[in-house]
Design a protein around this ligand. Structure first.
Ligand code: BES
Ligand code: MN
Ligand code: MN
Length: 456
């Protein structure tokens, strides 16, 4: 039977199995869901076994487990390592979901559920593509799966696992579907990911909350101070003012920027989708450049003082914020975190103490477009979309990717099938049924082209 016929025949089951996976609230950030995360790992392992993988195991870590499985058909054939993550972001705010986050619902050809696009719908395409190749006797490369449960919390335990399992994870390429394309009729492949520095700051004023009339005007208010400190970190051109912040930024060549300017992008549609009357970002760069090739600093959360019902007249003792900085080649997350800390401490006004606590980070990456692996991905997409994919830069981060290249010395291909508008990490996350099946159809074509390139 042909691959296409097998996929067609099993279409419904391929969808139902994904829905079952989406029903498991595998939220890695919240320890209350640790049991669900483990149950999800077990379910992934069972799916790999049923699809025909050998040596399937749940690999324990200091945190959530990693699911491993493999099929070695011929040791002299090339080996493809599939990486993905079965953990998801929290679903809050739940009241903004049209249907509940963990009850997958199909509307308008899209699957609505937390994790639908990021990354259950995407890594599961690989499991179903593998099943398809097994059942149609067309698996032409060896394959290894490594599906982790801590990507959304920084992949802290995956690095050591990789370093300790170099031999087992040995492969000719690492294939990942956890990024977006430009549009369903405009296939693209991410050749870059941003890095991340993430810090939490604690700003302290007086040793206790104070009556805002009795003391107001006489001592520093930590919320006021935090707001001015944050505001001062961008200048009028929306450049970041931390000294040395841009020192290691690799400037993009005029040629690459020219290529970026040709990527189809409709600013009006973009604004409409987000319901904003204008975009805002660093002067001198287009929207695509601002998310693809430029570093940023953003407050992700801020709190302090009284936020309950009505009013309480109080000067808070403390204020807090969580701040992310997206990084580009060749910035280093450790160096940027250090620059942030020194700067933030230096701008604290009199009467204010600050503490900067670094969270997880990740390094930026650039993948080559002249590698065999990239060419195989481009040829695979050409087969199924009927168009050459264009190389693009993803604004998000996948912290382990830089480490794959550094520690495993293995090239990575980011062949994602999602869309930026899939509402990743937001209420009403969704993934197109078109995209799910396009992925299942395209992945075996990647195996085919990768085998051709590597066997001859
Ligand atoms: N899949 C995303 C990253 C992504 C999305 C890259 C779209 C390119 C395009 C990933 O799951 C993610 O959300 N990563 C986090 C990393 C963090 C939690 C360490 C991110 O980017 O915020
Ligand atoms: Mn992801
Ligand atoms: Mn994510």
């Amino acid at each position: 039977m042909s691959q296409a016929a097998y996929i067609e025949q099993n279409k419904d089951r391929f969808l139902q199995e994904l829905f079952d996976l989406l029903r498991i609230p595998s939220i890695s950030a919240d320890s209350a869901f640790a049991g669900d995360v483990r149950q999800c790992a077990e379910s992934v392992a069972a799916h790999l076994r049923n699809a025909g993988a050998d040596n399937v195991s749940i690999e324990e870590t200091a945190g959530h487990p990693i699911v491993y499985g493999e099929k070695i058909v011929n040791p002299s054939w090339p080996t493809i390592l599939i990486y993905g993550h079965y953990d998801v972001q929290p679903s809050a705010p739940d009241e903004l979901w049209t249907t509940p986050a963990f009850e997958p619902n199909v509307r308008d050809g899209k699957i609505y559920a937390r994790g639908a696009a990021d990354d259950k719908g995407q890594f599961f395409m690989h499991v179903k593509a593998f099943e398809t190749m097994m059942k149609t006797n067309s698996l032409c490369c060896n394959v290894k799966f490594m599906i982790e449960g801590e990507e959304e919390v920084g992949s802290g335990n995956l690095g050591p696992y990789c370093v300790n399992n170099r031999e087992k994870l040995k492969a000719d390429v690492i294939l990942i579907s956890d990024t977006s394309m430009v549009a369903n009729d405009c296939p693209s492949i991410d050749v870059g990911l941003r890095g991340l520095s993430y810090v939490e700051v604690e700003v302290t004023g007086p040793n206790r909350d104070l009556h805002s009339g009795v003391y107001g005007g006489a001592v520093a208010n930590p919320i006021n101070a935090l707001c001015s400190m944050i505001a001062s970190m961008h200048d009028e051109n929306r450049h970041i003012t931390i000294p040395g912040f841009y020192n290691d930024v690799l400037e993009t060549s005029a040629e690459d920027r020219e290529a970026m300017s040709r990527i189809p992008f409709d600013i009006e549609e973009y604004k409409k989708d987000l319901d904003v009357n204008d975009v805002l970002g660093e002067k001198g760069f287009s929207t695509i450049e601002r998310t693809g090739i430029r570093p940023t600093l953003d407050v992700n959360g801020i709190w302090g003082g009284y936020t309950g019902e009505g009013s309480k007249t109080v000067l808070p003792s403390k204020a807090y914020a969580k701040i992310s900085m997206r990084l580009v080649p060749n910035q280093s997350s450790e160096a940027i975190t250090r620059l942030f800390k020194n700067h933030f401490e230096s701008i604290a006004p009199p009467g204010i103490k600050v503490e900067v606590k670094p969270h997880h980070g990740g390094e930026p990456v650039l993948t080559p477009t002249d590698s065999g692996a990239y060419k195989a991905a481009a040829a695979a997409m050409k087969d199924t979309f009927g168009k050459d994919p264009i190389p693009t830069r993803g604004g998000g981060s996948i912290p382990i990717v830089a480490l794959f290249e550094k520690e495993l010395k293995t090239k990575v291909v980011l062949m994602g099938f999602g869309l930026d508008s899939d509402a990743l990490h937001s209420p009403n996350e969704h993934y197109g049924i078109f995209n799910y099946f396009k992925g299942i159809e395209t992945i075996p074509r990647f195996f085919h082209h990768f085998a051709e390139l590597n066997k001859s």
